[in-house]
Design a protein around this ligand. Structure first.
Ligand code: ASP
Length: 439
């Protein structure tokens, strides 16, 4: 059995957290490859080392004073070294970092040092080899991740090492520079390592006990989702639920490796298992509820629209020309409505309206702003009667007007459009019907 374990920033924010992490790793011999993030926040007021590195680099590369921030960064690592009584001296590393910052080696190089240094400390603490991600994770000269080259090199390299620490978030480019993934990208490194070694499991350790059925800022103490499929997760993440970097799914999905989200501070909790497919019945008909505010709708009416071939394509062509992506497009007999991100739309509003007049000569266009979308997601909904009825009844009882309804034939989600102001109440109402009232 081979497990890849990735630990997030808050799991590695201090010596105390490092100890918990080491206990977790030692508790199961199969936990062989460790992917650390940079030290994160120790409390709400604290700063992430990655953020400090960006600040420090910006100052140093622009000739401004940076020493104080660099000292702050160094202190974070020294606290860990002292607390764990490690025999590591980072003088040389920090000297190189400082020189490279002043020389302007790049923001991505700067940010990557957080994981790099934490990786060195972690390897030292665990007494296992350190493999610099720059040697095994590759990007092209534009910073696009090279998945196949990386997979080849990493599999080859790890075939000869029983255990190792590989820092997350960065790799090296064809241009010889260090590149990083987008923020939160250590999740992706963990997934890449899991794929390369054909892991049985990718454990992603963080500071929450898994994915929650609904946003805890809206619903009090929401239940944890025990098992979620990649597809459900994609839908929930797209609609705003965030625990894992969105791109972390792709490498393991190719290999059918499950991801287990666990809580470093509560290792006894079950967490959430993310799988390709499962026969495990979800506890409730729905798996999760997520949503986003900030949409607007454009309603277009034209007599005999239904028989005009190419109408929809022409409308969407106008949006495409303005670089706007659409979210949903419900249609009636002689009407269609397009849901779009408000900020994207507002910037090009008048060009879009003029473009639609030119393209399809509509009778009437109406715009509505400040809308929200709520997605009710669940594999359990397929082939089951009454889910839509319960969603709509819940909203009706909460006195919420539904502006749009969208359910694909996969039956794995129902999306409703409502007013921004109703967003929180809608989520609570749906949660109550499907979860609270079933407990
Ligand atoms: N340290 C990086 C960040 O703060 C990457 C990560 O933690 O995954 O975004």
């Amino acid at each position: 059995m081979k497990i890849v374990v990735k630990f997030g920033g808050s799991s590695l924010a201090s010596a105390k957290q490092f100890k918990k992490v080491a206990d977790i790793i030692r508790a199961d011999k199969a936990r062989r490859y460790v992917v650390p993030s940079a030290p994160g926040k120790r409390n709400d007021k604290d700063e992430k080392v990655t953020d400090l590195l960006y600040q420090c680099y910006d100052a140093a590369s622009q000739g401004k004073s940076y020493k104080k921030i660099l000292d702050k960064i160094r202190d974070r690592y020294e606290e860990i070294i002292d607390g764990l009584h490690l025999n590591v001296n980072l003088d040389h590393e920090f000297q190189t970092i400082e020189e490279n910052f002043v020389a302007g080696l790049g923001r991505e190089y700067a940010a990557s040092r957080g994981e790099y240094l934490n990786g060195i400390l972690m390897a030292n603490y665990l007494g296992i080899p350190f493999i610099d991600a720059a040697e095994v994770v590759f990007f092209d000269e534009h910073g696009n991740f090279l998945s196949e080259e990386t997979n080849e090199e990493l599999s080859e390299r790890l075939a000869h090492v029983e255990r190792a620490v590989i820092p997350g978030f960065y790799g090296s480019g064809r241009d010889g520079k260090i590149h990083t993934f987008s923020r939160g990208g250590s999740d992706i490194t963990g997934s890449i390592v899991a794929r390369a070694i054909h892991a049985d499991l990718y454990e992603n350790w963080t500071d929450v006990s898994g994915f929650l059925v609904a946003d805890p800022r809206i619903v009090d103490n929401p239940e944890v989702i025990e098992t979620v499929t990649y597809k459900e997760l994609r839908e929930l993440s797209y609609m705003g639920a965030s625990v894992l970097h969105e791109d972390a799914i792709f490498p393991v999905r190719k290999e059918g490796i499950p991801i287990h989200i666990r809580n470093t501070n509560r290792p006894e909790d079950k967490g959430t298992l993310i799988v390709e497919n499962t026969c495990r019945k979800p506890r409730h008909i729905i798996t999760g509820i997520a949503g986003k505010k900030g949409f607007c709708s454009m309603y277009i009416e034209k007599a005999m629209m239904n028989s005009e071939v190419g109408f929809g394509r022409k409308v969407l062509g106008v949006l495409e020309d303005q670089g706007i992506s659409f979210e949903h497009m419900p249609s009636g007999i002689d009407t269609m409505t397009v849901f779009i991100h408000q900020t994207e739309f507002v910037a090009h509003e008048q060009q879009v309206i003029a473009g639609i007049h030119r393209a399809v000569a509509p009778d009437f266009i109406d715009l509505e702003s400040d809308l929200a979308l709520v997605a009710v997601v669940g594999r359990g909904m397929k082939g089951n009667r009454g889910t839509a009825a319960r969603v709509f009844a819940a909203l009706a009882h909460a006195r919420i007007n539904i502006k749009m309804i969208d359910q694909g034939s996969s039956e794995s989600n129902i999306i409703v459009g409502i007013r921004n102001d109703d967003f929180e109440d809608a989520i609570r109402a749906i949660y109550d019907v499907f979860v609270t009232s079933e407990i």
